[in-house]
Structures are given as structure tokens and as C-alpha cells.
Design a protein around this ligand. Sequence first.
Ligand SMILES: CC(=O)CC(=O)O
Length: 245
Amino acid sequence: MNRDEILTAASMPAFGPSYPKGPYRFINREYMIISYESDPDAIRAAVPEPLVPASNVITYEWMRMPDSSGFGDYTETGTVIPCLLDGQPVSFTVQMYLDDEAPIAAGREIWGFPKKHAQPKLELVTDTLTGTLYYANERVALGTMVYKQQTLDEATALRALGKDQVCLKLIPDVDGKPKIAQLVKFAMTDIAFKGAWQGPARLHLIPHVNAPVADLPVLRTRGGIHLLADMTLPYGKVVHDYLEI
Ligand SMILES: CC(=O)CC(=O)O
């Protein structure tokens, strides 16, 4: 393998890369997003400066991605905190759990998604849209929402899907010291809306040391939205570099 071949490899391992180069297109990406009130001190502790929490209402989300270029068929779940960055609204992803190695590796290495391997599920069970998360054989999250009872307008859904997102990317150097410590921003593009609904939802989070979803406790559930769309995840942009300060 020569230098050019090494530098154009899509990802590690160069001999059988975990994921190809982008763009990454998702067909029929389905979301169940449950909003809930949580503890303001716990929220502040989970948010890296200079991001500032926008409110004490945060979201716990499930995503089904049955047809994703380069990544395949997988399910993901995790916590997102609405924040402000230089006064602008962004969504900060605190933790994510998924069942597919390719997007775990790509998500962590490219954008800094806080992804861990686990067993999430999002499915329609009789009349109930149902999300679960199992970590190390234990159930740590259960979300339920009524199914397609009330539509949500397309403009609101597109605003939610296209909102700027931010991740904290942390990659150590060979000596264990930080090599990359950045906030990375990106937003979904080329969104093809396919449907959106809203309605009552419930969320139950169970304490677990290695999947600490319940460390942002549910004080009151506000409601859920259910979205279906195609979209592209583009590369990101560094908006804050902790090593340059
Ligand atoms: C690869 C990714 O990080 C995208 C996703 O799983 O949402």
C-alpha cells in the first residue's frame, strides 16, 4: 500500500474499511422524539462550554434507519439537549446507543457522535409506537407514543429535522493526551419529507452506570413527535477547538 493509497483510504482498517466516504443518504429515516422536563443542574453538567442549555426541556429520541448508504440497516437512540452557541439554537447530542459498527465508527471518527454499542428498537406494537433500549442485557429506556393520531405540519417537521446539530469530538493521541477536542457542527440536507405526527407520549429511563440515560431524569413528559423522511448527512465543521485556547 503506497502513501496515496493510504491517504485516500475511506477509513480504518485500510484493508477492509469500516465505512466508505460520504455522502451518507438515509431513505425512510424514522424518528420518535419525546420531549421531557429534566433537572436543570443535570442538564448544565452534561453540556460542554461554550454551549449553554436553552431550557430544562430536552428530548430522548429513537431513530430507525432501514436503508442508509454505507451504513446499512440500524436503529439508534439517545439524549439531545437544545442549546445556544453564540446565541444561535443548536441541538447537542449527549449520548447515543446503536446496533451497527459502521455508523458507530463513522459517527465517532468524523463528527464526534457519542455513540456506544447497544440494542435499541423502534417498532409499532399493535396500536403503540414503541422504543426500547437494552444495554448489557438490561432495559434502560422505554418510550411509547400514540400512532399517527394527529398530523404535524411539514414546516415544523422540516425545522426539527434541519436544525443545526453539535457534537463534542474527543480523540486521544498515542500518548493518551487529547489530540482532537472540538465542537463539530452540521445539519441534515436534501430532506424529502414523507410524514409527521404528534401526540401524547411517555418515557421511562432506568439508571445504568454504562448507559446513563436516567442521569438526565424524567420529571414530566411533554409529548412526542413521529417523523419520516429521506435526508443526507453531510460532513461537519469545527466551531470550537479546545486545544487552540
Ligand atoms: C453515522 C452517523 O453518525 C449518523 C447517524 O447514525 O445518525
